[in-house]
Design a protein around this ligand. Structure first.
Ligand code: PLP
Length: 470
């Protein structure tokens, strides 16, 4: 026992570590208690290590300056933003974990205008009276989708929840078993319905649902026929789906609400750019669907938001529901959404100015040239890796169009000594962080989601981490 006590006495005093230069430097920027706490925790962990092992800690680890360096590195995390810029070299354009759609310059300006001061968020400048925040985008959405009315909330999950709660609470909604989608996280259609107080009536089977399945399930309790776009998976083979257009006469006959969760919400047909043909929002409105929900930050290329368009009487009901207040969109997002939607008034402008649409429509030949440039820059250095220019594909991401593969190119890096995972980690630790794809123990650098102005810094970071030692 006394051996351990002796070992514990080898730990330096907390004050001694706090007096070290690296900690003193930080004292200008951080309060004393953060610094003290970091040192106390470090010493406590060393105490525990001694008590657990009964062995001494090597003197070089116990030196006050080394301990101060460890504690200082821990404290510096408080000074560095946790949420920060990433260069997305994965080739997945709407990467959900990397923030989905980058915003247009127009949106950045709009956010800035609203963020630095006050705005007419809920104020009618004409009359001087109280206004409604969604009024800023309603006429744009009417114009762009052809819908009678519109409402926007925090995200599409919220939009679905709100619409179901407002239109079907205590009653039934009929959904095909092939459309009981899980989007990721906790968003599963059956659970969202339960949260909204709507009773789920599943019909059909996973692969086949017929019109008669819907018809036979209708009772006096039915309020909604719900279609859900299977954004992130496809059922192929022996399948049958009933389209919203086919459901419409049934909904009308029984006085039911026909609702469709479109997920992505295309305002333009992008199938000319190699993307799957999906019905656009205006087409679904035109088909007569009563309520349509979609995301702001998927194929629309705007900020995170949930858009609801449809029949004026139903939108009015949705607006009045208490959840509408709980799920309301914030002013910065609203500014970004309004400016995004305005770009769509002229489709060629949306294609030119919205980063994701530009990435979708990027010319593969141009992508090849960009990769070729990076390849040649890397080849010109003496690097501890084999470099190759390879054919690759880009993906839409964001749980949209899972089958779409856009023809593309990538620079493949095969580091010597099986260091792929370690190098990927070092890339992520850079400022800006770099995220690449790891495939077959190689790093793949795909440039489709890398902005032109990021290319030089990306090249430099790659050279730095791949440089031969010595
Ligand atoms: C993505 C998606 C959602 C969720 O939208 P968020 O904006 O991410 O909340 C809901 N339904 C479908 C069909 C989707 O594709």
């Amino acid at each position: 026992m006394s051996g351990r006590q002796d070992l514990l006495r080898t730990l330096p005093a907390i004050d001694r570590i706090l007096r070290e230069e690296s900690m003193q430097d930080l004292a200008q920027q951080l309060p004393q208690d953060i610094l003290s706490q970091a040192v106390q925790e470090l010493i406590a962990s060393l105490r525990q290590e001694i008590l657990n092992t009964g062995e001494s800690i090597p003197p070089e680890r116990l030196h006050p300056s080394s301990l101060a360096a460890v504690a200082a590195a821990h404290c510096r995390k408080f000074l560095q933003p946790s949420l920060r810029k990433v260069i997305n070299a994965t080739g997945t354009l709407l990467h959900t974990n990397l923030g989905r759609a980058p915003l247009s310059l127009q949106s950045i300006e709009a956010i800035n205008d609203v963020a630095v001061g006050y705005s007419n968020l809920e104020f009618e400048l004409d009359s001087g009276k109280r206004g409604e925040r969604f009024s800023h985008v309603e006429s744009l959405l009417q114009q762009l989708t052809g819908a009678e009315a519109a409402l926007v909330v925090n995200n599409n999950s919220g939009a679905v929840l709100l619409a179901l709660a407002a239109l079907g609470k205590g009653r039934e909604a009929i959904v095909s078993r092939g459309e009981l989608v899980e989007i990721g996280g906790a968003f599963r259609i059956p659970e969202v319905m339960e949260a909204g107080g709507v009773i789920l009536r599943e019909v059909g089977s996973s692969n086949r649902t017929h019109l008669r399945d819907y018809q036979q399930a209708i009772t006096a309790e039915t309020a909604i026929l719900l279609k859900v776009h299977t954004s992130n998976y496809r059922i192929v083979g022996f399948t049958k789906e009933v389209t919203a257009r086919e459901l419409l006469p049934v909904a009308r006959e029984h006085d039911l609400i026909l609702m469709e969760d479109l997920g992505s919400g295309l305002l333009l047909d992008l199938s000319g750019y190699g993307l799957e043909r999906e019905p656009t929002v205006p087409e679904v409105v035109k088909a007569g669907v009563d309520v349509i929900t979609f995301s702001g930050d998927k194929l629309l290329g705007g900020p995170q938001a949930g858009l609801i368009v449809g029949r004026a009487d139903l939108i009015k009901k949705i607006r009045k529901h208490p959840l509408a207040r709980a799920l309301r969109i914030d002013k910065l997002t609203l500014a970004a959404l309004e400016s995004t939607l305005r770009l769509y008034l002229q489709p060629e402008q949306a294609l030119r100015e919205l980063p994701v649409l530009k990435m979708f429509s990027a010319d593969p030949e141009e992508q090849k040239q960009r990769c070729q440039r990076l390849y040649e820059r890397l080849k010109a250095e003496s690097l501890a890796a084999e470099i190759a220019l390879i054919e690759d594909v880009s993906r839409v991401g964001g749980g949209a169009m899972p089958l779409t593969e856009l023809t593309d190119w990538a620079v493949e890096i095969n580091p010597s000594g099986k260091r792929t995972a370690e190098l990927a980690k070092r890339l992520r630790a850079f400022t800006p962080a770099v995220v690449v794809r790891v495939q077959n123990d190689r790093l793949l650098v795909n440039l489709r989601a890398v902005f032109a102005e990021e290319e030089a810094v990306l090249t430099q970071i790659l050279i730095t981490i791949l440089k031969k030692e010595g």
